[in-house]
Structure formats: structure tokens, C-alpha cells
Design a protein around this ligand. Structure first.
Ligand code: GDP
Length: 467
């Protein structure tokens, strides 16, 4: 097997070396200052954690685990349209908007300017976690003043458009994300920071209401909204959150200068990326680690490490081509074994074999430096484990992920690997994994060209093997 590990020191950012790294970073900073090299004011090397496939790879549990090594966790794109499931000593949490660092009181959590901030859903989510003992002060949670606000009409328009599309619908979670990002690109949103400047807010809302009512009434024949209605909604859900709205760019840059370590937390996965995904069945923001700099509020961040999360098999919520898809009993068994039901919607997920064509592409566009392979334990029931090694398109086999229009014609080329047929959920070391499981990991690693440094064998915090 070739060694992909040369390209980065894979242990660099791990816990046991955390303190040593801090010291090394401090020395690097001093040297930069002394040699006059410090031009950009950037000191620290940071990490992003992202999905490599269609989302739901188990990022939440990985972020929850990794936060012990970071001081700041930042969400940089997306909104409440997906969910991370995190299971820890405080309970089971389905997080949608909140960064996964909220469970450790010393971590600062940031919702960056690229996030679609829905004040109503955020308030609900904060209440839900507070009910389980996780209360968040403005020191622990910071909302970028430059983040745009999802307004009630975005959710309405999302539902109206999916209804209009009928059989051609995108499979939206109806959280208003597509209408929201469309409006953001058209510069027709309210920024969170505007709530801190109420003198101009009403006039801005009035302008937007007048414009939005044209679409609601004339395009969709839906009821109009009013300035009073929108202002009342902003008052109700915005006022309690005012202390949380801050200049988070400053927070991040100061944290960097103070030698703090930042984790950039991606939502969904590479194949749902607006530019690089399976257009048009993508989300409306960029899920790539490359976007973390823009959407977080720290455009100059040195993101030296990108941890990509891959599930040991494939799953996909919603519409769109899914070449590796299984159906019938095989799919039912895998879905049941993996508990594959949407964290946000409860919808049964589509499932299939691990798709190495799509995964290799995901690794490339995420520029992953390290992989966490999750849910290995789920495959223990299979005698043989199929994986997709190539696509057949118009009679030709390819290992390259094709242009989206060709995906409907692609057929999976599967090979089967031996199963291990034993419970691995208690394994905590690489050596304790059955040989067939080790070989599965090595095979995947070889095929995707990136080192698999974590193997997850259960949802619990400690159910993880570090290689
Ligand atoms: P995310 O959006 O990427 O965080 O993915 P999900 O919210 O769909 O999380 C994946 C689900 O799988 C959650 O219910 C996790 O608790 C669970 N999970 C994560 N890793 C493992 C694992 O290694 N084994 C098992 N059995 N479950 C896992």
C-alpha cells in the first residue's frame, strides 16, 4: 500500500501533543516577529472538519470529540437545514444551528457571517439544550453581526416553491435556505447587526416587505406579509439574542493572535456544495473547507488541517442521483443497522455501499489531509461488504466522478470485500480490530488517497480508534 502520510504530520493537532504544539506555535510566532516576517498578523495553524459525501457522515460526534483540543468552534455556512447528532454524558442532542462545541463551557462558539441565522429556530434550539443543562452565555456563543437573518417568508417561499415543483422538487428541508441565500446574493437580507441599530431597521424591513410581497402575492398567490408582523417577529426572537450579536471577525482574529486553536465546522458534505456538488441537488451554500475562511469571518485563517468525515457505507437524504443506492431488503437491513433516518426531518435515508468514486472526489475538493471513517460497527452484520470502485457510463468504466448530468446514466461497479462478522463496538485499538476490518480500512484508504486516522465504532464519545 502506498504511503499517503507524508504530506502532513498527521499527529500534529492531536490532544496529547496539544500543549507541545502550543509551545511550538508560540516559538514560531516569536521568530516571525523577530525576523520581521509577521506581515499578515496570522499566527496559528487551524483545523476544519467537513463532510466528504452527501452529509450525515457523523461529523457531529467527531467535532464533539475534537473540541477538547480547540478553544473556538465556528460554523461558517448553512443554517438549520441539517442536523448533527451528538451523544455525550449530557444526553443525545440533535444540533442544527449551534456549533458542536457548546458542550464544553470553556469553548467559544461562533456563528459566522456565512451562516443562515434563523432567530426563531436558534432560540428554540438554545432552549432545548438549556432544558438538558447546557445554558449558553454571550461569552460562549457569538453570532456574527454580519450574518444575514432567515426571515419567516424564506421558510414560506421554500415550501411554496417545493409545492410548485411537485415531482421535480429538490427535496428541501423547507427551512428557507434556498430563498435565503438567493436573497443574500441579491443583497436583500437583514444583517444580525442591524438589530443593534434599530433606528434604520424599520425602514429597511419596509423596503424588503414591499418587494417580497410582490413575489408572495403575484408569483405564488400567497398571503402578503406586513412590516408590523416582521418587526414583531424580530422583536420577539431578536431582542433576547442581542447580547450574542458581536463583531466575530475581531473575536476570531484576536483568538488567533492569542494562540488559541480554532476548529471550523462544516455542515453537509462535499457533494452538496453549491459549486462542486451534484447540481442542482445541492444546498445553496459552499460546504467546502475552502469556504471556511470567507464564511467564518476570518478570511486570512491558516487552515492547515482538514479532517474529512466519511461513513463506512453511503447514505443520502432527499432527492438527486445516488449511484451506489441499494433497494429492497438489502437497503432495509443497512438502514436499520445504521439507524439511517434524517436528524432534522426523520425521513428514512437512502443507503448503499461505500462509493469510492464519489468519496475520492470529495476528498479532493475538500483538500482533506486526514480522514475519520465512521460507523464501521454498522457493517458487522454483513458476510461480504460491497464497495463501489468505478462507474459505468455509456459502456465505459471510469473512476472519475462525472459531470452532474451524467450521473443519472452511471451504474455502479461493485467489488466485495470479506466481512468480519463480529461485534467491533468495544474495540478501542487498531490491533484489537479483526483483520478483515483492518483490511477494509486499508482498502478504502488506498482507494481514496488520504490517510484514515480515526475509525469510529459507535456513537459514544470514546467509541473511537486513533491510528
Ligand atoms: P452529521 O450530520 O454528519 O453529524 O451526521 P448525523 O447527525 O447523521 O450523525 C450520524 C449518526 O450516527 C448519529 O446518530 C451518531 O450518533 C451516529 N454515529 C456516529 N458515529 C457512529 C459510529 O461510529 N457508530 C454508530 N453506530 N453510530 C454512529
Amino acid at each position: 500500500m502506498s504511503d499517503h502520510r507524508g504530506k502532513s504530520d498527521k499527529n500534529e493537532w492531536r490532544g496529547p501533543r496539544h500543549e507541545a504544539l502550543r509551545v511550538a506555535e508560540t516559538e514560531r510566532r516569536s521568530e516571525m516577529i523577530e525576523s520581521g516576517e509577521r506581515q499578515k498578523g496570522i499566527f496559528m495553524q487551524h483545523t476544519a472538519i467537513v463532510g466528504i459525501n452527501w452529509g450525515d457522515e457523523g461529523k457531529g460526534r467527531m467535532v464533539d470529540l475534537l473540541t477538547q483540543e480547540f478553544d473556538v468552534v465556528v460554523r461558517y455556512q448553512g443554517g438549520g437545514n441539517a442536523g448533527h447528532t451528538v451523544m455525550n454524558e449530557k444526553g443525545t442532542f440533535a444540533l442544527h444551528l449551534l456549533p458542536s462545541g457548546i458542550f464544553r463551557p470553556e469553548v467559544v462558539n461562533v456563528l459566522g457571517n456565512g451562516v443562515a441565522v434563523d432567530l426563531e429556530n436558534l432560540s428554540k434550539e438554545m432552549q432545548e439544550v438549556a432544558d438538558k443543562g447546557v445554558t449558553l452565555s454571550p461569552d460562549q456563543l457569538k453570532i456574527s453581526e454580519r450574518a444575514s437573518l432567515v426571515l419567516p417568508w424564506h421558510r414560506d417561499l421554500d415550501a411554496l416553491e417545493e409545492q410548485r415543483l411537485a415531482d421535480h422538487k429538490f427535496g428541501s428541508t423547507k427551512q428557507g435556505i434556498a430563498p435565503f441565500y438567493s436573497d443574500k446574493a441579491a443583497k436583500k437580507t437583514i444583517l444580525a447587526g442591524e438589530l443593534l441599530h434599530p433606528e434604520a431597521l424599520r425602514a429597511h424591513v419596509a423596503q424588503l416587505v414591499e418587494w417580497k410581497n410582490l413575489t408572495l402575492e403575484k408569483v405564488y398567490a400567497a398571503p402578503a406579509t406586513s412590516v408590523d408582523e416582521v418587526m414583531a417577529w424580530l422583536e420577539r426572537f431578536g431582542t433576547p439574542l442581542l447580547p450574542y450579536i458581536q463583531d466575530t471577525s475581531k473575536v476570531l482574529m484576536e483568538a488567533d493572535r492569542a494562540g488559541k486553536r480554532i476548529l471550523f465546522e462544516g455542515q453537509l458534505g462535499a457533494l452538496r456544495d453549491l459549486d462542486y456538488g451534484i447540481h442542482p441537488y445541492t444546498t445553496s451554500s459552499n460546504c467546502l473547507a475552502a469556504y471556511a475562511r470567507v464564511g467564518s469571518g476570518f478570511p486570512g485563517a491558516d487552515i492547515a488541517h482538514v479532517v474529512g468525515v466519511v461513513k463506512a457505507y453511503s447514505s443520502c437524504v432527499g432527492e438527486g442521483p445516488f449511484v451506489c443506492e441499494w433497494d429492497g431488503e438489502a437497503a432495509d437491513l443497512l438502514r436499520e443497522a445504521g439507524g439511517e433516518y434524517g436528524a432534522k426531518t426523520g425521513r428514512p435515508r437512502r443507503v448503499g455501499a461505500l462509493d469510492l468514486v464519489a468519496t475520492r472526489y470529495g476528498v479532493a475538493v475538500q483538500a482533506a489531509t486526514s480522514i475519520a471513517l465512521t460507523k464501521m460497527d454498522v457493517l458487522s452484520y454483513l458476510d461480504e461488504i460491497p464497495v463501489v470502485t468505478a462507474y459505468r457510463i455509456r459502456g465505459e468504466e471510469t473512476v472519475d466522478f462525472p459531470f452532474p448530468s451524467l450521473l443519472d446514466e452511471a451504474e455502479p461497479v461493485e467489488v466485495t470485500l470479506p466481512g468480519w462478522k463480529e461485534d467491533i463496538s468495544q474495540c478501542r485499538t487498531w490491533e484489537s480490530l479483526p483483520e478483515a476490518a483492518q483490511n477494509y480500512v486499508r482498502y478504502v484508504e488506498e482507494a481514496i488517497g488520504c490517510s484514515i486516522d480515526y475509525v469510529s465504532v459507535g456513537p459514544e464519545r470514546d467509541a473511537l480508534i486513533r491510528r
